[in-house]
Design a protein around this ligand. Sequence first.
Ligand code: NAG
Ligand code: NAG
Ligand code: NAG
Length: 224
Amino acid sequence: KAQLGTTPNIKHIVVGRCYTYITLVNPSLYDCEEIWRQFEEAVVHQSSCNVTVEDYYRMFNVMPQIWPCNRFLFWSKTRALMHSYAAVFQHFWTLEDTLVGYMFNDLIFCGQDEDSFDFNSCPEWSTCRNHPVYSLWRQASQNFAEMACGNITVLLNGSIVNAFNRKSMFGSVELDSLNPQRVDYVNIKVVTNLEGPHESCSHGSVVDLIQILQYRGFHWTCTD
Ligand SMILES: *[C@@H]1O[C@H](CO)[C@@H](O)[C@H](O)[C@H]1NC(C)=O
Ligand SMILES: *[C@@H]1O[C@H](CO)[C@@H](O)[C@H](O)[C@H]1NC(C)=O
Ligand SMILES: *[C@@H]1O[C@H](CO)[C@@H](O)[C@H](O)[C@H]1NC(C)=O
């Protein structure tokens, strides 16, 4: 959002979430302080519209994570449903269940010239070529999709036009990062509100998604 600056207390939130994650959510061994250092290094030493995915490489290098196959869940414009779906079918993992997703969910951040975070205002995503928040999520999404294996599930919102949107993170980053050699099936679920569908497996943008999958050699299923 425009005008909002870096989330207050960001260091405590990020490091705290990291310790929560490695202690309670998914007991694991990561150096939370080092992750923070690399994150800070990436964000505050650049101009606020010029933080590239490459600037985050060192941070991602200190937080490698491997996921079991058949549990990857991708979603687009179905956030509320995604949470209940993942809650009901507990074996699913979304980007928000990864360490990086858990740590940075809903946070805003950008740097300013004096090598510190700008707590007053951050640029809008659309005004920057390389927005620090966008670049972090872009790289996180790419890593997540590159690792996807076995059967994966894609939840799309059939109550909107362009349920599959080439400009969404799923359509622009994750889809292209999926590897047909690693993925057995892409199982698409098109979910709609009670008011009814705009799009379905056989109508609208979902058809485009299926064509792209077919062209790239993926096996797929689609369920309305
Ligand atoms: C963006 O960052 C790169 C590398 O960090 C630097 O070479 C380039 O000059 C920067 N561009 C702007 C517009 O600040
Ligand atoms: C689909 O999008 C509509 C409009 O944005 C939203 O109201 C609805 O909650 C979304 N459906 C799901 C399943 O998330
Ligand atoms: C993968 O998906 C296909 C098609 O939906 C299904 O036949 C198969 O049983 C699934 N395999 C696993 C391991 O879930």
